[in-house]
Design a protein around this ligand. Structure first.
Ligand code: AMP
Length: 148
């Protein structure tokens, strides 16, 4: 680099406040983009990214038919907010969890069911396989008690 050019460059840097780049210069950190892999399966269903037979939805909850039904009616009622399991429900979720029961009743009405079972499995040892809170609505046949 010629001495004259170096002098011009130094004046430009000085005027712009930008110093010479080096490996130690801080580089701009890219803004993280939301990663779909962080979503639960049921969030992806709620967002329409995974197909499902959706029977009801609103701004807080989605209800869709279970892919492996154990009765003529087997619908999962799911909050859009991904609460992992029943024992993660906090005071701030009480209205939302109550809403799941209201949605379940509406779906049961639409299915013509007066008697049905609502089940929440909490933890793998209790049969939970998808860690996004959901209420199973099961009906349309005689249901024995106790469950297995
Ligand atoms: P749980 O075992 O209580 O966590 O319930 C999870 C339920 O999700 C099971 O009954 C599964 O059959 C059901 N399930 C898993 N994948 C899907 C899917 N893609 N669409 C609908 N239901 C599903």
């Amino acid at each position: 680099m010629g001495a004259r050019f170096a002098g011009v460059l130094a004046r430009i840097r000085s005027a712009s406040g930008v110093g010479p780049l080096s490996l130690a210069s801080p580089l701009p950190i890219p803004t993280p983009v939301a990663d779909d892999s962080d979503k639960t399966l049921f969030q992806k269903i709620a967002d329409g990214e995974v197909p499902a037979d959706v029977v009801y939805q609103d701004d807080r909850a989605v209800a869709f038919r279970d892919i492996s039904p154990v009765a003529p009616t087997h619908v999962l009622v799911v909050p859009r907010r991904p609460i992992p399991r029943a024992d993660a429900v906090g005071p701030e979720d009480e209205a939302l969890v109550g809403h799941l029961f209201t949605v379940a009743r509406r779906v049961a009405d639409a299915e013509g069911l007066s008697d049905y079972r609502l089940v929440v499995n909490n933890g793998a040892g209790a049969g939970q396989s998808v860690f996004h809170l959901h209420v199973h609505l099961i009906g349309g046949r005689e249901l024995s008690w106790p469950p297995g």
